[in-house]
Design a protein around this ligand. Structure first.
Ligand SMILES: Nc1ncnc2c1ncn2[C@@H]1O[C@H](COP(=O)(O)OP(=O)(O)O)[C@@H](O)[C@H]1O
Ligand SMILES: [Mg+2]
Length: 358
């Protein structure tokens, strides 16, 4: 790696970073800022240095929360598409990154990245259209396969009375496989369902608890499931049945990922003001409501990360690869986004959604 020769070259690098960057101290004082920050703040470094960052962002800013979070967890925190209100400036949208600095004084690097739309969100948006085009195909396929399948299963039944004992075994295989395809088509058909979603006030905690109970009695019997709910969470706008399907799919994946002996799943909810998603050029969706399914499994395999939400993408021998594409479709129909991240050896699937408003 190229080593800067002196502190002076660090200064040069620091001032070359084209985005506003600040070093924030343990007590949230601005230690220093770079040249881009100077331009951004419309004041000199001398002026902003040693001032509480709250003077500029306001004491209740979520950016301050994320700086604190980065400092406390030693993990960098990114807020996507945040509208930043800097004192006396008109607001602008940034991805705001708070990164703990590897130093004993617990400083945090605060970086305002100008890209209004993060790559991650972009990906999720692409999935909206990908999911839509798959919807039509799903409906068609389901229809086209059902008929010949009914023929196969009818013929198998007729054969049953006349085949020899040896061949009965083969016939059993035909029947089992036909059943498998049928249940696959059933899942497909939900996917291809084009009826508009219900839009009613939903308490997401009810949905989460219901899914948790079902999972605990079924596929997640041996797994510890922790509920970590924000009691002040507002209602979400949506379709309770579909949202239940989302949670069930995420829980199922988590249960399939965790270690057999020490599996743990955390269901978490929270309210995060300022998470905004740009749709096209004008509309901006506010997605403050968040629920996450967190597991202590090994995480999504590297080779499928890019196509995680595409149908038929699966790393499991008996997986259909339809779970996450269904999740992605349902959530995008609700105007929300799904994100995958990996923090502290845990896999996190987070769903961000708009809240219910009269
Ligand atoms: N919680 C998770 N931990 C690790 N990998 C996951 C998790 N959730 C999903 N995946 C990965 O994503 C793939 C696709 O998931 P999904 O669409 O539900 O299909 P399926 O579960 O049938 O394989 C899985 O095969 C798995 O590799
Ligand atoms: Mg699955």
């Amino acid at each position: 790696m190229l080593q800067p020769e002196s502190d002076e070259s660090y200064e040069v690098i620091w001032d070359t970073i084209p985005y506003p960057a600040f070093v924030i101290s343990k007590s949230n004082i601005i230690v220093t800022a770079n040249s881009a920050a100077e331009t951004y703040c419309l004041s000199s470094i001398r002026h902003i240095k040693n001032k509480p960052v709250a003077n500029y962002l306001g004491a209740n800013s979520i950016i301050l929360n994320s700086v604190d979070q980065a400092r406390n967890t030693l993990v960098s925190v990114t807020l996507y598409n945040v509208e930043v209100f800097w004192l006396n400036k008109s607001s602008s949208t940034h991805d705001v990154i708070s990164a703990p600095m590897n130093s004993s004084d617990e400083n945090v690097l605060l970086l305002f990245h100008p890209h209004g739309m993060s790559k991650k969100m972009n990906r999720s948006l692409t999935h909206r259209s990908a999911a839509r085009s798959v919807t039509g195909m799903a409906a068609m396929l389901a229809h086209e396969i059902r008929n010949p399948l009914a023929g196969i299963s009818g013929a198998a039944q007729l054969l049953e009375s006349s085949v020899s004992l040896d061949d009965k075994e083969l016939l059993e295989i035909v029947k089992t496989e036909v059943n498998r395809v049928e249940s696959l088509i059933d899942r497909f058909q939900t996917f291809g369902d084009l009826t508009p979603i219900k839009q009613e006030p939903v308490n997401i905690h009810d949905i989460l608890s219901q899914a948790k109970r079902a999972a605990g009695a079924g596929f997640a019997q041996k797994i510890e499931i922790v509920e970590n709910y924000d009691p002040s969470l507002p209602l979400v706008k949506g379709d309770p049945d579909l949202l239940l399907q989302v949670v069930q799919n995420l829980l199922k994946n988590a249960a399939e990922a965790v270690p057999v002996a020490s599996g743990q799943i955390i269901i978490e909810t929270g309210f995060k003001q300022g998470v905004k998603l740009n749709i096209g050029n004008f509309a901006k969706e506010n997605l403050p409501l968040q629920f996450s399914i967190i597991d202590n499994g090994p995480g999504v395999p590297e080779q499928i990360k890019e196509d995680l939400y595409d149908p038929f993408v699966s790393s499991k021998s008996t997986g259909s690869g339809l779970g996450l594409s269904l999740v992605s479709k349902i959530i995008s129909d609700h105007g929300g986004v799904v994100e995958y991240s990996r923090v502290n050896e845990r896999s996190i699937f987070s769903v961000l959604m708009p809240v219910w408003a009269e």
